[in-house]
Write a protein that binds this ligand. Structure first.
Ligand code: FFO
Ligand code: ATP
Length: 205
C-alpha cells in the first residue's frame, strides 16, 4: 500500500490490508511470529506487566501464541478477548491457560468458554485492571494509528482511556511489517496506541 492509499476510504483500505496479510505464506507467518516474539520480549512494558491481554490469530494476523507461552513461563497472567453476550460490540477479557475450556465466537475465532456467573467473576479481568493490551490490527501507522476489523470492539472497550489520567493499561499493537501505511485515516473514536511492535521493529507514537 502506497501513500496514495490515503485517498482510499477505510473500507477499501481494510480490504486491501486484510488481503495483504492473508497472502503471507506459512513459512513467512512462522518467521514473522518468531521475530515478533523477540521484539516484544525486549519491551519494558511487556517485562513489567503482570496481566496481559493478547489474542489468538485470525485472518492472517501475526501469530502471538509463542508469546503467550513465554508470558506464562514468566509468571504473567494472559487474557483473551471474548465477545460480550449482552452488550453490542464490546469485549470482555478472560483468563487463558492451557486448561481453559474454549469455544468459537460468531466470527469463528476461539475464545474462552464461560460457564456461569462464578466462572465469569473468577476469570474475567476488567479492562482498566489489565497492565498491557496487545491489540490485533489490520493496518497501522507510525503515529500510533490503528485500523481494526471494523466492528469497533476494541475502540468501544477502551474508550474509557480517553477520559482518565491513569497509566493503565498500556496499549500496544502487534502487526506484520506489511500492515504499515504512511498515515491512516483516523476516526474520532479510534483509540491511539502507544506503540506498535512488528516483526521488523517497534514504532513508538
Ligand atoms: N484475533 C482477533 N480476535 C478478535 C478480534 C480481532 O480483530 N482479532 N476482534 C477485534 O475486534 C474481535 C472480533 N472482531 C471481528 C470483527 C470482524 C470479523 C470478520 O471477520 N468480519 C467479517 C464478516 C464476518 C461475519 O459477519 O460473519 C468480514 O468483515 O469479512 C472478525 C472479527 C474480538 N476478537
Ligand atoms: N467508543 C465508541 N462508541 C460508539 N461507537 C463506536 C465507538 N468506537 C467505535 N464505534 C463504532 O464502531 C464502528 C467500527 O469502528 P472502526 O471501523 O473504527 O472499528 P475498528 O477499530 O476497525 O475495529 P476493532 O476496534 O473492533 O478492531 C464505527 O461505525 C463506529 O461508529
Amino acid at each position: 500500500m502506497s501513500p496514495e492509499s490515503l485517498t482510499l476510504n477505510r473500507t477499501q483500505l481494510r480490504r486491501e490490508m486484510r488481503q495483504r496479510r492473508r497472502a503471507l505464506s506459512v513459512a513467512e507467518q512462522k518467521k514473522a511470529s518468531a521475530r515478533l516474539k523477540t521484539q516484544v520480549l525486549a519491551l519494558p512494558e511487556f517485562l513489567q506487566a503482570k496481566r496481559v491481554a493478547i489474542y489468538l490469530p485470525n485472518d492472517g494476523e501475526i501469530d502471538p501464541t509463542q508469546l503467550i507461552d513465554q508470558a506464562r513461563k514468566m509468571g504473567k497472567v494472559c487474557y483473551l478477548p471474548v465477545l460480550q453476550p449482552l452488550v453490542e460490540n464490546r469485549l470482555w477479557f478472560v483468563r487463558f491457560d492451557h486448561k481453559t475450556p474454549m469455544t468459537h465466537n460468531r466470527f469463528g475465532i476461539p475464545e474462552p468458554k464461560l460457564k456461569g456467573f462464578a466462572d465469569k467473576k473468577r476469570n474475567r479481568c476488567r479492562p482498566e485492571d489489565l497492565d498491557l493490551v496487545l491489540f490485533p490490527l489490520v493496518a497501522f501507522d507510525e503515529h500510533g494509528g490503528r485500523m481494526g476489523m471494523g466492528g469497533g470492539f476494541y475502540d468501544r472497550t477502551f474508550a474509557f482511556t480517553r477520559h482518565r489520567r491513569f497509566a493503565k493499561p498500556t496499549m500496544i499493537g502487534l502487526a506484520h511489517e506489511c500492515q504499515k501505511v504512511k498515515d491512516l485515516p483516523i476516526a474520532d473514536w479510534d483509540i491511539p496506541l502507544q506503540a506498535i511492535a512488528s516483526d521488523q521493529g517497534v514504532y513508538r507514537a
